[in-house]
Design a protein around this ligand. Structure first.
Ligand code: AMP
Length: 190
């Protein structure tokens, strides 16, 4: 099994690119953000707890998303691998992922990182807000908090994956097709 981490700031285009990646490489797409939004829509206990945090632009507790990931790994078959989108987002989550995979003598195959500057994050998220109507895309304050959360809690993961030589950075500026082709040229190596 291949385990790809799709990394990048909010608005980098992870969700958009994930669609093409899962199709080309027969992967199962796991977006922790999408799974949490499903829980919110279903009105579950977990959804209720997550909603308040998501709407402030904060992260939900590590254990919540770690449990979701482990469930998906167990329950999905018939694919050549998994594409993790929006997970891990903290160092403890990255360590938990390594521990989960070690249990089956597996490891992260590669981290594909889509990078865009902060100014582009705001512009892209505002564009997406009009199309998708996500509550956490609704105000500049919430978006700014998500950008800060990314820099403080998620960015340290770059160093974590760089150390293992699993980190592959892609320029996220340009058209969807240009960025997709840059990603494919990295993934074709695995
Ligand atoms: P996303 O769709 O990936 O932008 O995620 C939307 C929101 O869900 C984030 O701003 C967080 O509040 C929450 N979330 C998604 N993935 C995680 C994660 N791995 N750890 C903690 N919170 C997460």
């Amino acid at each position: 099994m291949k385990y790809y981490v799709l990394f990048g700031p909010p608005g980098a285009g992870k969700g958009t690119q994930a669609t093409a990646m899962v199709e080309k490489y027969n992967l199962h797409h796991i977006s922790t953000g999408a799974l949490l939004r499903k829980e919110i829509a279903a009105g579950t206990e977990l959804g209720l707890q997550a909603k308040a945090l998501i709407e402030k632009g904060c992260l939900v507790p590590d254990e919540v998303v770690e449990g979701m990931i482990e469930n998906e790994f167990k329950n999905v078959t018939g694919v050549d691998g998994f594409l993790l989108d929006g997970f891990p987002r903290t160092l403890p989550q990255a360590e938990a992922l390594d521990n989960i995979l070690t249990k089956t003598s597996e490891e992260v195959t590669a981290t594909v990182s889509i990078m865009i500057p902060d100014a582009m994050i705001m512009e892209r998220i505002k564009g997406r807000a009009i199309k998708e109507g996500r509550a956490d895309d609704a105000s500049e304050d919430i978006i700014n908090n998500r950008i800060a959360t990314y820099h403080n809690q998620t960015e340290p993961l770059i160093e974590y994956y760089r150390k293992t030589r699993k980190y592959h950075e892609i320029d996220g500026a340009g058209t969807i097709e240009e960025v997709r082709d840059r990603i494919f040229s990295v993934m074709d190596k695995f």
